[in-house]
Design a protein around this ligand. Structure first.
Ligand code: 13P
Length: 247
């Protein structure tokens, strides 16, 4: 199981120290915290053994005249190990295309980071019955650019846009349907990769709904926004992942 904290544009040095002090890790759940990029190094330096960190987005080049961008290699140099790519807030607010997201997933691997590649449909896409087609298209772009066996070292984050920050969680059945669909798409290229890859759910994951989501066969953890800012709430979600006993 993999449980990740996406702090978005929240946090401070003081918050990192308070969070780390209050966090309860467990042996069988990988935990990654994604603070704002400027704080990755601070988190790496004070993280207890087993707590991983990463960046919420990366540039596509290893270096060069790209003002404001951060390369995966730079994140790796300060001890980060993961990157989120393709979060819907960036797809929408920064107009990131499927192809750019796929290029970022590839850049993450090049720089030594494991990407969590986010996919997910908007409310209007779901209401039009297009959710499977949208996610299929988003994932196909990634599979075009990244070797499926490499991708298996990273993760897919299924985050229905209508469930993010809204308090409206996908039902376990809705999430499971999409996770199984994603796994089948990966299995069509490599059954081994489909078995190995972690597909995590994001969108209003809270301590009181985590267990039922994580119990679904194809849900391998969570990508948590709001509830990841407080160590006690986030720790409760980590222990819910542990309690389902999937290892
Ligand atoms: P919330 O948990 O606040 O809905 O955010 C989910 C998310 O976007 C994580 O990447």
């Amino acid at each position: 199981m993999l449980v990740a904290a996406n702090w978005k544009m929240h946090g401070s040095k003081a918050h990192i120290h308070e969070f780390v002090d209050g966090l309860r890790l467990v042996e069988d759940v990988d935990v990654v915290v994604f603070p704002p990029s400027v704080f990755v190094q601070e988190l790496v330096q004070c993280a207890p053994a087993g707590l991983l960190s990463g960046i919420q987005d990366i540039g596509i080049q290893p270096q060069g005249a790209h003002t404001g961008e951060v390369a995966a290699e730079m994140v790796a140099e300060v001890g980060g190990t993961w990157s989120i790519v393709g979060h819907s807030e960036r797809r929408i607010m920064q107009a990131e295309t499927d192809d750019l997201v796929a290029t970022k997933a590839s850049a993450a691997f090049r720089g030594g980071l494991r990407p969590i590649v986010c996919v997910g449909e908007t409310l209007s896409e779901r209401e039009a019955g297009h959710e499977l087609a949208v996610v299929e298209r988003q994932l196909a772009a990634v599979l075009d650019r990244v070797d499926v066996n490499d991708l298996a070292e990273g993760a897919i984050g299924y985050e229905p846009v209508w469930a993010i920050g809204t308090g409206k969680t996908a039902t376990p059945a809705q999430a499971q349907e999409m996770h199984a669909f994603i796994r089948a798409q990966i299995a069509a290229e490599s059954p081994r990769a489909a078995d190995a890859i972690r597909i995590v759910y994001g969108g209003s994951v809270k301590p009181d709904n985590a267990a039922e989501l994580f119990s679904e066969a194809d849900i391998d953890g969570g990508l948590v926004g709001g509830a990841s800012l407080k160590a006690d709430e986030f720790s409760a979600i980590v222990s819910a992942a542990d309690a389902v006993g999937k290892g």
